[in-house]
Design a protein around this ligand. Structure first.
Ligand code: SF4
Length: 393
């Protein structure tokens, strides 16, 4: 089982961001943390030491920007999790950091409390590009944070990158990748910018289009070239692409995300966080004030829970089979027919034989006859969403 903790605070909203995050005052942050500690206790009684005592092999602080919190506060949350749950001694404990929000003191505290993986959001090594998407940090600030983390002994660091940014060119993107590779992080996540409705960037681009002004966004062909360049350069540098957008040195694949893709049980705490245990998927309410109110005291939690009742979903056998496919196919190793049989007591080919045969003929899927693994081809990876939609039952 893995645990996700949502910290919805940011210094300022990035222009492209549609995550559940915002800028809040100190009072709200403190109230949120109290409620979060109560929620940890609540789940601890169900699945932790005083309940089912599940083994936890990953804790992931995501957001928002978890590193916005004072170092002591984040460590207090982690210590509470350790108190309530049985963490495996090799558990991966990740904190997402924004380079504009960390210093030596904060990182040392993380280290001391047992954080063993950092995920640093850089996005681009070009300050102008960072500015255009509303990031609060410069490349220099990122470098300082990265070097500091290395000096303090963090041996597992992810760097987030983005392509197809306004004003980004093939040259500047190549330069960003080169700079990152020189730093030798253990893991790189690389995504293309997606313009999400309701974001500041979405509105700006639409206004520019209406006025006939150049948006500065790379055209579709350049965007594709950037995507291929990522794969080529990272492969040459010894990174294994183990998922559509994730690359790692051998043995450094993110355990947390891999658990999601393998359909292991997970608990999510904090606003908007999703959980899936015993094939029942739930989601916490999105509203921070309601969340604080409900979890304000542990008795309140026992009575009410913090679930969004519209979002409790008992997965049917068909849902589970479809999920097995489209989550499993995100990973380049793909899915195992043997595992499918074990999970569903039913032969893979009876359910998906037809569609698999067709997609293999279209060179979108491949099958390793010996290991009985089905996975996406290079071509399939390019159009993964449409391939995966074929597996809905
Ligand atoms: S730091 Fe992350 S979560 Fe916060 S606004 Fe920027 S992209 Fe969104």
């Amino acid at each position: 089982m893995v645990i996700y903790v949502h910290i919805p605070f940011c210094i300022r909203k990035c222009y492209y961001c549609d995550f559940l995050s915002g800028t809040y005052n100190e009072e709200k942050k403190s109230a949120y943390v109290i409620s979060l500690l109560n929620e940890i206790e609540y789940y601890g009684k169900k699945y932790g030491k005083s309940g089912r005592d599940e083994r936890i092999n990953s804790v992931f602080f995501g957001g928002g920007t978890p590193s916005v919190l004072d170092g002591d506060v984040l460590c207090e949350i982690l210590l509470k999790i350790k108190k309530e749950f049985s963490l495996e001694h090799t558990a991966e404990i990740t904190v997402e950091c924004n380079p504009g929000t960390v210093d030596r003191d904060k990182l040392s505290k993380y280290k001391e409390a047992g954080v063993n993986r950092l995920s640093i959001g850089l996005q681009s090594a070009d300050d102008k590009e960072l500015e255009r998407i509303g990031r609060i940090h410069s490349y220099k600030q990122f470098l300082d944070a990265y070097n500091m983390a290395r000096q303090l002994g963090f041996e597992n660091i992810n760097i987030d990158l983005m392509s197809a940014l306004p004003g980004q060119t093939m040259e500047s993107y190549k330069d960003t990748i080169k700079k990152i590779l020189q730093l030798k992080p253990e893991h790189i996540s690389a995504y293309s910018l997606i313009l999400e409705e309701g974001t500041c960037l979405y509105d700006t681009v639409n206004r520019q289009l209406e006025q006939g002004v150049d948006t500065g966004l790379p055209d579709e062909d350049t965007e594709r070239e950037m995507y291929y360049l990522t794969g080529r350069m990272l492969k040459e540098a010894g990174y294994n692409r183990y998922e559509i957008s994730n690359y790692a040195k051998s043995g450094y694949e993110c355990r947390h995300n891999t658990a999601y893709w393998r359909r292991e049980d997970y608990i999510g705490m904090g606003i908007g966080a999703a959980s899936c245990v015993d094939d029942v998927r739930t989601k916490n309410i999105d509203n921070i004030d309601k969340y604080i109110e409900i979890f304000d005291n542990i008795e309140g939690v026992r009575k009410n829970g913090a679930l969004d009742n519209d979002e409790t979903n008992h997965l049917t056998r068909e849902d589970k089979m479809a999920e097995f496919m489209f989550l499993g196919l995100r990973m380049t190793e793909g899915i195992s027919k043997v595992e499918f049989l074990k999970c569903f007591e039913c032969d893979y080919d009876t359910i998906y034989g037809g569609v698999t045969k067709r997609l293999i003929e279209q060179r979108l899927l491949k099958e390793n006859e010996k290991s009985q693994q089905i996975s996406l081809t290079e071509l399939g990876l390019d159009v993964s969403n449409s391939v995966m939609s074929e597996f809905l039952l």
